[in-house]
Design a protein around this ligand. Structure first.
Ligand code: DC
Length: 215
């Protein structure tokens, strides 16, 4: 597969990568995969069937049963789902099952945008454009707090900040595909940016990467 038309957008929770990935998808006419949703679905569905998030084999079995229909559940957008996702994401067996699905998405004719933690490092190392989106933890906590309270969740800003720190530590400290920028990723810090400014900066990064590849 040639990854020239593939764009990867990695980064920590609430960095703005999801919004940036959707914007790039619209701008370049590409389908977008929110890979975090896959891990969220595995965590929530496993908990629903009474399973243990630390049980790698049970989590991998749930991952093997995911379908496009199961992914459209608003329960995957909650605070608890993010935590459950981060916990099942440490299991190499779960990552292995989801790897095939993500690579198949990336291999679509015409290309794709993939957002997550290991898109540029493990899933699509030959992507034509790679971004690593960050923002200060306090800024990310405030964004996530607004989103969660807007969905009707009752949670304090301090609790969300603690979640962010815990998830950052787990996602970057795990052995299997830890969250980190690919060596050839462009870093984009959105702490001081509006959504429009971040989307614009991301578009310019992709255009520059594509211009470098042009014959
Ligand atoms: O992007 P998100 O917040 O929806 O991701 C939820 C969790 O899923 C995240 O804390 C770690 C895990 N994840 C992962 O390990 N690898 C990915 N490519 C995407 C998400």
């Amino acid at each position: 597969m040639s990854g020239a038309q593939v764009i990867t957008v990695d980064g920590p929770a609430a960095s703005g990568k999801g919004t940036i990935a959707s914007g790039l998808g619209r701008r370049f006419g590409l389908p977008v995969l929110d890979s975090g949703l896959l891990y969220r679905a595995v965590g929530v569905l496993l908990e629903r069937e009474g399973g243990d998030l630390d049980d790698a084999a049970a989590a991998a079995a749930v991952a093997g049963r995911l379908t496009a229909e199961t992914l459209a559940d608003p329960a995957f957008r909650t605070r608890g789902a993010g935590e459950a996702a981060s916990r099942v994401a440490v299991h190499p067996q779960v990552r292995e099952v989801l790897l095939q699905l993500q690579r198949a998405f990336a291999a679509q004719a015409g290309g794709a945008v993939l957002d997550g933690r290991d898109m540029g490092t493990v899933i699509c190392p030959d992507a034509g454009a790679k971004l690593y989106v960050t923002a200060r933890p306090e800024v990310r906590a405030e964004r996530r707090w607004r989103q969660l309270t807007g969905q009707g969740e009752s949670v304090s800003l301090d609790e969300v900040l603690a979640d962010i720190h815990r998830r950052d530590a787990r996602d970057s400290g795990r052995e299997a595909a830890p969250m980190r920028p690919a060596a050839d990723a462009a870093l984009l810090d959105t702490s001081e940016m509006t959504i429009e400014q971040a989307a614009d900066a991301a578009r310019r990064i992709v255009e520059a990467a594509r211009a470098r590849q042009a014959p």
